[in-house]
Ligand binder design. Structure first.
Ligand code: AMP
Ligand code: ZN
Length: 510
């Protein structure tokens, strides 16, 4: 089946084929670890995860890499070389407040002035949230989730190459700048060509530092700054790298090629970040392309409004899972949901449209997850836990696959599954095979049948035993023992829930 994706670079939907048939090489811009990632960030990470899982579903091997920005992302980086302050440095100031308010637990970051400790804390939080939501690449840390501060040597090497090839220069202020005029294709991705930038282009070029640059859109590659808390030696003085250079370097180093297949991010990254990445990589490699497909997720809104801290509609993954979502009237709902529900909610609208996060939407997603989960349990009971392998000749799986292959038409994919999940399939083992394959991509019917009929694995048998031990301890009112058993179950990767029939363990997403 042909896979088609919309490519921001060409503005068209194209047939996807990897450059090298052995493997798809894919890079995703990850979080800046100066705070908890919010659910808007996670919309773009789950979008990348959906691309990856879809390609794997179709039999491709995918080498997926994501970066962690722990240095160099400036507060005004929405415009070309906007300047401002390193976000990590700003976070160090905020951390004292966050600890005082309890937003970050006391004892979590020993020295709130140390940006490395802050980066470590928020990196761990990101990985935990990403794994909770089933973002596959997060399970591959540290191999494929890469920290910028671990790749300074690659950045120094690429900056040296860019100077050698006439794409970069040292300004009178000692800063190394990329010369946008040296790269005629600048603006191809975003439409912000140099002529348009000079005539304004929506204020995307700031007044910042113009006297030191050859062109106002030239952007920083290396900033010598001995007062910066995070700094490294370099031929241009001790300092720190710009934000854009990290992605060019990590993609090239870890994916091992000058031209990769897919590069993803949220829509705000098209300009300047991705435009600058292309200029850097192509400038250093001499290739005319960096990524063949550039794919971008549109922004998430909350109850129809831009998500922002000042409006108080800024949610982290923890906020949603722990019931801190408010309804359309701003009232607290106190409804906490399973991670699969948030995963589905963030995936279920097409990535090229804005997504509106609402309490009602979340409740609808909870209903869908419940239906799929119950369907799975019914099939497991009817098939005795037996699963038949299936291929795309199965009509339901075929319709599901055809929708995904059509630029990730998620509504079509869900439309192929949900009416079917309300039926009683003639062959439950085959149906279970279909559902397993669907779930490899969507990961929204996560509940392993620890309870219910059918064959059980050794692990399921042990977990069942622990659940029944927990119920016994509760009956005896031995709450110490109950807590201890609950901890044991959780350590094995299960969530512990109480149901009318006793304790239930639900396997967390993987
Ligand atoms: P940052 O942590 O700011 O570097 O952003 C990490 C990723 O989240 C980037 O790909 C952004 O484009 C993306 N992003 C930021 N805000 C949103 C949002 N409201 N909706 C969707 N993606 C977003
Ligand atoms: Zn990036």
């Amino acid at each position: 089946m042909e896979i088609r994706f919309f490519n921001t670079l060409t503005g068209t939907t194209e047939v996807f084929q990897p450059v090298h048939s052995d493997c798809v090489r894919m890079y995703s811009c990850g979080p800046t670890v100066y705070d908890f990632a919010h659910i808007g960030n996670f919309r773009s990470f789950l979008f990348a995860d959906l691309i990856r899982r879809t390609l794997e579903f179709f039999g491709h091997r995918v080498h997926h890499v994501m970066n962690i920005t722990d240095v160099g992302h400036m507060t005004d980086d929405a415009s070309a070389d906007g300047g401002g302050e390193d976000k990590m440095q700003a976070a160090a100031r905020r951390m004292k407040e966050d600890k005082k308010s309890g937003r970050v637990p006391e004892g979590a970051v020993q020295n709130p002035d140390d940006p490395y400790q802050i980066a470590k804390y928020f990196t761990d939080a990101f990985l935990e949230d990403a794994r909770t939501l089933g973002v596959r690449v997060a399970f591959e840390y540290p191999d494929n989730v890469l920290q910028a501060t671990q790749h300074i040597d690659a950045m120094l090497e690429m900056i040296g190459q860019l100077i050698e090839r006439g794409h970069a220069y040292v300004g009178p202020d000692g800063v190394v700048y990329y010369s946008v005029e040296s790269f005629p294709a600048y603006g191809r991705l975003s439409g912000n060509t140099l002529d348009r930038l000079m005539t304004g282009a929506g204020g995307r070029v700031s007044e910042h530092n113009q006297a030191n640059k050859r062109h106002p859109a030239d952007f920083m590659l290396w900033k010598p700054d001995s007062s910066h808390i995070m700094k490294w030696d370099s031929p241009w003085g001790a300092g720190y790298p710009g934000w854009h250079i990290e992605c060019s370097c990590m993609a090239r180093r870890r994916l091992g090629r000058d031209v990769i297949d897919i590069h993803t991010g949220g829509e705000d990254l098209i300009f300047p970040h991705h435009e600058c990445e292309i200029a850097q990589t192509c400038g250093a490699t001499g290739e005319s392309t960096f990524a063949r497909f550039w794919m971008h997720a549109r922004f998430l809104l909350v109850e129809g409004e831009k998500m922002s801290k000042s409006r108080g509609n800024f949610y982290t993954v923890r906020d949603v899972l722990q019931g801190r979502v408010r309804d359309d009237k701003g009232q607290p709902t106190g409804v906490s949901v399973h991670p699969a529900v948030l995963r589905l909610e963030l995936l279920k609208s097409h990535y090229r449209g804005n997504m509106n996060f609402t309490h009602k939407g979340l409740i609808d997603s909870a209903g869908v997850v419940r239906r799929l989960t119950e369907f799975r349990a019914r099939l497991e009971a009817a098939s005795g836990g037996h699963t038949e392998p299936v291929d795309l000749s199965h009509p339901v799986l075929h319709a599901f696959a055809a929708a995904l292959a059509d630029d990730l038409n998620i509504a079509g994919a869900l439309g192929a599954i949900l009416p079917w999940a309300a039926t009683t399939p003639a062959d439950p083992a085959v149906a279970l095979g279909v559902l397993e394959r669907v779930n490899e991509v969507l990961a929204v019917a996560p509940l392993a049948a620890v309870h219910g009929g059918g064959q059980v694995t050794d692990e399921q048998a042990e977990i069942r035993q622990l659940c029944s031990d927990l119920d016994d301890a509760r009956k005896r009112k031995d709450f110490g023992a109950a807590d201890q058993i609950r901890g044991q179950i959780q350590k094995r990767g299960y969530d512990v829930k109480t149901s009318p029939t006793g304790t239930i363990a639900e396997k967390r997403l993987a």
